[in-house]
Design a protein around this ligand. Sequence first.
Ligand code: B4P
Length: 193
Amino acid sequence: MFNLILFGPPGSGKGTQSEKLIARYGLKHLSTGDLLRGEISQQTALGMEAKKIMDKGQLVPDEVVIGMISSALDNNPQAKGFLFDGFPRTDKQAEALDKLLDLKKNGIAVMLALEVSEEELVKRLVKRGETSGRSDDNNEAVIRARIAEYNSKTAAVADYYKRFDKVVLVKGEGGVENIFDRLCNEIEPRING
Ligand code: B4P
């Protein structure tokens, strides 16, 4: 099994690149943002609570997202590997993920961390907000709050994986295809080796 974390700030291209990577490598895509938006569109109690938090640009409680990932892992016993997109976002989530994978005698092969400047992130998310209908994208103050939340709580998750020598930094600016090639160049030797 090959498990990959695609890491980076909001707007760094995680969702965009994940779509291309799962198509090439046949991994199961687990995006906590997509799972939460699914709960919101079905108007579940969990979704309604999560929406209030997401609309402020804050992180949803660890127990909620850990529970969603745990169920998703159990529901996909045949997967040849998982691509984690937007998870883990805190040290507590990283520790929980390690334990869940450990139970399945598995682990994370690599964390690919996309690096993008803050001004480029804001530009991309404001642009997406014009068409996406996502309420967390249509206000620059909320976008900046999401980036601040990333800097204060999420960026340190890379340090957690650096301890195990699993982090590779990847330049996340430029054309989508060029960035995809950079990611594939890191994956190929690891997935085949
Ligand atoms: P997510 O759904 O994870 O969304 P995101 O980080 O904001 O965006 P992403 O990084 O996937 O977008 P992309 O760059 O692909 O999170 C949303 C919210 O859910 C969080 O704020 C939080 O509240 C909650 N949440 C999710 N997971 C959680 C967790 N584990 N714990 C707690 N809370 C959690 O795309 C951005 C735009 O850039 C797109 O329009 C795209 O077209 C464009 N783009 C991509 N690549 C480009 C390029 N190379 N050049 C130009 N534009 C590009």
